[in-house]
Design a protein around this ligand. Sequence first.
Ligand SMILES: O=C(O)c1ccccc1NCC(=O)[C@H](O)[C@H](O)COP(=O)(O)O
Length: 209
Amino acid sequence: MFVKICGLREERHVETCLEERVDAIGFVLTPSPRFVAPERARHLVNLVDDAALTVGVFRDETVDEIERLAEAAGVGAVQVHGQRTRAELAKLTRPDRKLIRAVSFDDPSIEENWGEDMLLVDAPHPGSGQAWDYASMAASLTRRDGTYSVETGEGPARRWILAGGLTPENVAAAIEAANPWGVDVSSGVEASPGVKSSQLIREFMAAAR
Ligand SMILES: O=C(O)c1ccccc1NCC(=O)[C@H](O)[C@H](O)COP(=O)(O)O
């Protein structure tokens, strides 16, 4: 199970993620209680080195702004939220960087492949800690995504990441219900808004794995 922990701001929490062998670490480069300036993100990215995928998270920025901020932070992937077009996604595609397209679970484009490396299926308000009916997504992807069946395992597996309201307490049941390729968490491993908890990161990793 691929696990991404999002919204890191402090060295000690990055170190916990590395100790726990987290697969991807997200740095929020868009306005948020979890915002980190690109220079600060670069420092944290350097701590990670190649031990995990480093992800710059964006919402309303233009393609040019995303390119500039991602370059400044030195991240290995960009995660784009907000109303996006296929043309924008195409412009953000680079061989040396992963592309994560983030959509709300009720977005009709969920069944379409826009060339992203990973599709992050989230609550309508990213980073809100809002849970949703994860089981509905398994049924939905199975029914509508002609390229892959989670029931039979036929076809190339789509790399989709379940997000939104996950916690150490509910992540195992959510994985069971939705059968995602990966999971992502932010609020659920925080002691208070924007402040991560090493203890909760460890509990989340144990439960997800
Ligand atoms: O986390 C934020 O503050 C944020 C702000 C703007 C755009 C995206 C943001 N986060 C993206 C993530 O990958 C979160 O981990 C994901 O939305 C799940 O959040 P949560 O429900 O808090 O676990």
